[in-house]
Design a protein around this ligand. Structure first.
Ligand SMILES: [Zn+2]
Ligand SMILES: [Zn+2]
Ligand SMILES: [Zn+2]
Length: 273
């Protein structure tokens, strides 16, 4: 279940007066949560959240209407992807031993810095080390595998997650710097993947006139769409920056849809059985 579609800053973004942010404030477009994916195993009635975003309270509520939360999977230590962990602490949920699945480097970052370290010391969070490339069974019908991806790894490394259901596989990759260092190459990698939710931060390089886009590298949607022309996988773009023209109907969205791809929608679901 897709529980958010926006890049780390959400939409509207504080202090931004771009057309999209102002349209949201005017009520002409919906507010957008930061990207997050919920997993539900209907047989065991358990759920997991991938990414603990600043929108964690609403995303937790949405997910747990279906099944109680049994754990959180983390991708990396950027502001859109882990601060929601704070809601599990004593000031809010006071969770007891909530499993948190992450790489050794991500967990080392949490253990080394307050306030995250207190969440572990006080057993609100129970860290579970996941080695990139190693599959782990959450339930008999639900397996997860962290996949290393190149990203600006200032505080932690970064992973995407492969989610294997009884019959189908989903790839969740909200953040990556570029596909050319992703091995094997993306197109052959997706041959074994049924659904791919991939980094759609920017449609074109012209979206941030005041920022050096070289400092915030992401594959452009245009380039990823060209790279993936002809794949059988259902490709859905997520992690859209507030500036992205794909938020609204227009020539960019038509261009993408003509290639068989689309933008994610809050609340949409895929079956993996
Ligand atoms: Zn991000
Ligand atoms: Zn904006
Ligand atoms: Zn990031």
């Amino acid at each position: 279940m897709l529980l958010g579609v926006a890049q780390d800053g959400g939409a509207p973004q504080p202090g931004c007066h771009c057309a999209h942010c102002e349209a949201i404030r005017a009520g002409a477009a919906p507010r957008q949560h930061v990207v997050s994916l919920g997993l539900v195993d209907w047989a065991t009635r358990q759920s997991w959240l991938i990414d603990a975003t600043p929108d964690f309270p609403a995303q937790y509520d949405e997910l747990t209407t279906h099944a109680p939360m049994a754990g959180i999977l983390l991708t990396h230590a950027h502001m859109g992807h882990y601060p929601g962990l704070l809601y599990l602490g004593a000031e809010a949920m006071n969770a007891q031993g909530m499993p948190v699945y992450a790489t050794p480097r991500m967990l080392a970052f949490l253990r080394a810095h307050a306030p995250w370290s207190d969440l572990i010391i006080d057993d609100h969070l129970r860290p579970i080390e996941m080695q990139p490339g190693c599959e782990h069974a959450l339930t008999p019908d639900l397996n997860i595998t962290p996949i290393s991806v190149p990203h600006r790894d200032e505080y932690s490394d970064t992973v995407a997650w492969l989610v294997h259901g009884a019959a189908r596989t989903l790839f969740y990759c909200p953040d990556i710097d570029h596909w050319n260092a992703f091995t094997p190459d993306l197109k052959s990698w997706l041959a074994d993947v049924d659904i791919a939710l991939v980094d759609g931060s920017f449609f074109s390089p012209h979206e941030l006139p005041d920022r050096d886009i070289a400092q915030i590298p992401h594959p452009l949607v245009q380039d990823t769409a060209r790279l993936l022309t002809g794949v059988d996988t259902e490709v859905v773009f997520v992690h859209l920056n507030h500036t992205n023209p794909l938020w609204r109907l227009g020539s960019e969205r038509a261009w993408l849809q003509a290639r068989g791809f689309r933008v994610g929608v809050f609340g949409e679901r895929w079956r993996l059985d």
